[in-house]
Design a protein around this ligand. Structure first.
Ligand code: NAD
Length: 486
């Protein structure tokens, strides 16, 4: 018999349209699985084209009235969203852990991070600026106003299901856009509870609609083809991002793309090794390593590699691996069997290329998709994990001898999301920060997430930024008004 989880009884499992839950028209549902043991948690309505269009109809119908609300009203709703998410931290954290796997302690952190986006954008909603300047060549004035883009499709991944939703819904709502949120098929439950909480916060019908589905393409394709949709904001793999950019071409949609990463983590000879290990624990182990900003390649100066490796192993050895819902667990399961198989294959490939396993390296027997914290040394730059996201708790160490070599290795990737550098030399820190090809750089720190900072990548890690003072611009059009008289 499968376990009963009380938190699953607190919200509806239908498609969420116009602030109401409904079954799919054809009655289809799909199972959500607990990665801790592979058991089904519950069934959820499986949206298809009909529900996708109903959701867009609702968003389109609500758009004009929502855009016309006062910034203060939108701000107050978002602020109440922050208060409610914070007050319901335990419930949301349990739910995130049940469907995604990470420990409840980590899920609490995700709830706080998510709430912070609602608070930040409640503060930004009332600061949408215009401009009014003299015409340099003579009479007339140049006025600028910023207006909402219009109905948006928001597509989110499974690894941080609440935070990725809040990071898109927050700025969209603040700007005056209505939304259709399509959560990942592995983790739609958090998105459904989030939508109910936003209704409680005062969100009018049609402004936030949620279409859970096991068939993302079936839902996304008709939406992207409908000229009433004006924007798609996506977080997920670069591969799917490319498909969505292509599909956005016909209607020339605005796009925001938060795509894959392949973060280098550089430890220089002059680094404070204890600080670098502490940073690595966050940059590598947060979210069981299933993060786009996870350290994917460690480049450690040959003078400190023994000390770094020993201290990292000592910290990782102390972590307990298990069901994320069990108090005291540090490392929960990976999301599913496919992801665990990928990690197994990447480690096998690194070993084939000469890497030495100094910790972990093999998944345990039994139910659930566990993989232990793993450290590899002597990892060849030619192996797969140097060019692919690991998305698991595996730290591959490669040595370097000078800064130019470390920089070249770090930048040798099509990705450019984040890079980490540890050094006690201020000049060296700036030298790296200016030359690393990444949208974000962590200097002597492994934790960079911050609602007040612009998150995003360059190269094939994406387009646009989420959070910070530029985050709301992704949902605003700039209109220029040429003012007479001539
Ligand atoms: P994914 O690309 O497989 O899925 C992401 C979302 O896209 C899901 O909602 C999925 O249902 C949807 N999707 C899949 N195929 C689609 C299609 N044909 N049309 C429309 N939607 C489709 O990625 P994932 O495995 O869920 O997430 C992991 C990836 O997300 C990693 O590459 C990670 O780096 C990336 N990620 C990036 C950021 C960032 O901010 N840059 C943050 C978190 C995760």
């Amino acid at each position: 018999m499968t376990a009963h989880h009380a938190v699953l009884d607190t919200f509806c499992k239908g498609v969420w349209i116009n602030n109401k839950s409904a079954d799919a028209a054809d009655g289809r549902t799909f199972d959500i699985e607990n990665p801790a043991n592979g058991e089904p948690l519950c069934r959820v309505a499986d949206a298809g084209e009909t529900e996708a269009m109903q959701a867009l109809d609702a968003a389109v119908a609500a758009q004009a009235a929502w855009a016309a609300t006062s910034p203060r009203l939108r701000s107050d709703i978002l602020r109440r969203g922050f208060d409610l998410l914070t007050a319901r931290t335990e419930e949301l954290a349990q739910l995130i852990t049940l469907e995604m796997g990470k420990s409840v302690a980590e899920s609490r952190g995700e709830v706080a991070y998510s709430a912070d986006f609602l608070r930040w954008f409640s503060e930004e909603a009332v600061r949408i600026r215009g401009d009014y300047t003299a015409n340099p060549t003579g009479p007339g004035r140049i006025a600028l106003i910023r207006q909402p883009v219009g109905p948006c499709l928001l597509i989110t991944p499974w690894n941080v299901p609440l935070a990725m939703a809040a990071r898109k819904v927050g700025p969209a709502l603040a700007a005056g856009c209505t939304t259709v949120l399509k959560p990942a098929e592995q983790t739609p439950l958090t998105a459904l509870l989030f939508a109910e909480i936003m209704q409680e916060a005062g969100l009018p019908a049609g402004v936030l609609n949620v279409v859970p589905t096991s068939r993302p393409e079936v839902v996304a394709t008709p939406l992207l083809a409908d000229p009433r949709l004006r924007k798609v904001s996506f977080t997920g793999s670069t591969e799917v991002g490319r498909l969505l950019i292509r599909a956005s071409a016909d209607n020339v949609l605005r796009t925001s793309m938060e795509l894959g990463g392949n973060a280098p983590f550089i430890v220089c000879a002059d680094a404070d090794v204890d600080a670098a290990v502490a940073g690595a624990m966050v940059a590598k182990m947060r979210n069981v390593g299933e993060a786009c900003i996870a350290a994917n390649r460690f480049y450690v100066h040959e003078a400190v590699v023994d000390e770094f490796s020993e201290k990292l192993v000592a910290r990782l050895e102390r972590l307990s691996v298990g069901d994320g819902s069990t108090p005291g667990t540090d490392v929960g399961p990976l999301i599913d069997g496919e992801q665990r198989d990928k990690v197994v294959a990447l480690v096998a490939d690194a070993v084939d290329h000469g890497a030495e396993v100094v910790l972990g390296g093999a998944p345990p027997e039994g139910a659930g998709y566990y993989y232990p914290p793993t450290v590899l040394r002597g990892v060849s730059p030619n192996c797969r994990m140097n060019s692919e996201e690991i998305f698991g708790p595996v730290a591959p160490l490669t040595t370097f001898t000078d800064d130019e070599e470390a920089l070249r290795l770090a930048n040798d990737t099509e990705y450019g999301l984040v890079s980490y550098v540890f050094t006690s030399d201020y000049g060296r820190a700036l030298w790296f920060a200016e030359r690393l090809e990444a949208g974000m750089v962590g200097l002597n720190r492994g934790f960079i997430s911050n609602a007040a900072a612009p998150f995003g990548g360059i190269k094939q890690s994406g387009l646009g930024r989420e959070g910070g003072d530029v985050g709301i611009d992704e949902y605003l059009e700039v209109k220029y008004v040429a003012m007479g008289p001539e």
